[in-house]
Design a protein around this ligand. Structure first.
Ligand code: GTP
Length: 357
């Protein structure tokens, strides 16, 4: 800054990451692992996001939480290990995106970034910050183009990027655009005066449409060809793992895996591991096992002759001899007996399934 003047490239260093959701769509995996800690390339989902922020010099980060999750604190602590300053704020009851942002940022006098805590993207935040400054925006929204926008907030933009209309989850046939709210926003602190920090409210339903209706300077920023994934359900979690292990985000943590990542302490007999596949740490994989298009978490045991395809196998699962698993999600500690065949299954934690049952 120069004598109080904002130059286009003044950095934005503060962020709020919203991590207080229940993760219901990711059950049964989230019964025992909070969404932020589900593994992506054998690291917690949230770690990817935090490292992305650090890469763009956004290093003072507050996690907006609804429950005191010691697991998350144990994983990330004060952020020093990741080279960031991490703090935690808790809501007594869920406040929604609007309430959470307003309560965490009360008293902040500088612009800040807000991120949904379940997104993996390579968006160039440095360029987004420059764009925000150059356009003197009150709010800049990361937009991403999708085929079917009906499950998202949809934005219509003018040629200069200004958002003229914002509609939450329109039917596919009537959606006015395929550019969706990608869950990263730059906020000017002045917006906090218009937000309610005490009762549940969602910016997607309140603030965004209101700013558009009032023709305020709210802009969309997109990166054609960029990577973006909302890790909302198990299919998305599988896809993001397989995308990253094949290097879809160049230079990301996946470097040089050749499409197969194997965690430390894992023992593999004579198995056929077909890319893309991610195997967690401390697993035991028996002879003649075939694994393709799948993600195994830690401490998974797979006995000889099993075939695992397009599936997620969570921590501590045991899979018996000659089991066949296809397009399924097997939650923590489940035991799948010899010879069982599962397709499109969702197995609960500690569930035991025997052949013929
Ligand atoms: P579902 O229960 O499956 O919808 O998952 P979710 O609530 O975790 O995800 P959703 O896509 O609905 O929310 C987007 C992000 O906002 C996620 O990172 C959530 O953790 C977070 N979030 C959702 N509601 C709240 C809230 O009331 N308070 C806070 N602090 N964060 C929230």
């Amino acid at each position: 800054m120069d004598g109080g003047q904002i130059t286009p490239y003044d950095p934005i260093v503060r962020a709020i990451v919203l991590v207080g959701g229940a993760g219901t769509r990711l059950r049964p995996l989230t019964w025992r692992t909070p969404k932020q800690l589900v593994p992506v390339l054998n690291r917690p989902l949230l770690e990817h996001l935090l490292l992305h922020l650090r890469q763009h010099n956004v290093t003072r980060i507050t996690l907006a939480m609804t429950e005191r999750s010691e697991d998350i604190r144990t994983a990330f602590g004060d952020g020093t290990a990741l080279g960031i300053e991490l703090s935690y704020e808790y809501e007594d009851t869920p406040l929604g995106s609007g309430g959470a942002i307003a309560s965490v940022a009360q008293g902040w006098d500088e612009p800040f970034l807000v991120c949904n805590g379940d997104i993996i993207t390579d968006i160039d935040l440095t360029a987004m910050i420059a764009f925000h400054r150059e356009h003197a925006a009150e709010l800049t929204m990361h937009l991403h183009e999708v085929d079917d926008p009906s499950g998202f907030g949809v934005a219509v933009t003018a040629p200069d990027g200004r958002i003229t209309q914002f509609i939450e989850k329109p039917p596919r046939e009537t959606a006015p655009s395929r550019m969706i709210n990608a869950g990263n926003w730059l906020f000017e602190p002045s917006l906090l005066d218009e937000m309610n920090p005490t009762t549940f409210n969602r910016i997607e339903d309140g603030l965004f449409p209101a700013l558009c209706d009032a023709e305020r300077p709210i802009y969309g920023f997109s990166q054609p060809g960029g990577y973006w994934k909302d890790v909302g359900n198990s299919q998305a979690l599988l896809t993001v793992n397989l995308d990253l292990v094949t290097g879809l985000i160049p230079g990301h943590l996946s470097a040089d895996t050749q499409g197969v990542l194997i965690g430390g302490g894992t023992n593999i007999a004579d198995a056929d591991l077909q890319a893309p596949t991610v195997i967690g740490p401390d697993c035991q994989i028996g002879q003649n096992v075939t694994i393709s298009g799948s993600v195994l978490w830690d401490h998974v045991t797979i006995e000889s002759g099993a075939i695992i395809k397009d599936s997620i196998i969570a921590s501590g699962v045991t899979i018996g001899r000659a089991v066949k698993i296809d397009r399924s999600v097997i939650a923590h500690g489940a035991q799948i007996g010899a010879g069982v065949e599962l397709t499109d299954a969702s197995v609960e934690p500690d569930e035991q399934i025997q052949a013929g049952a």
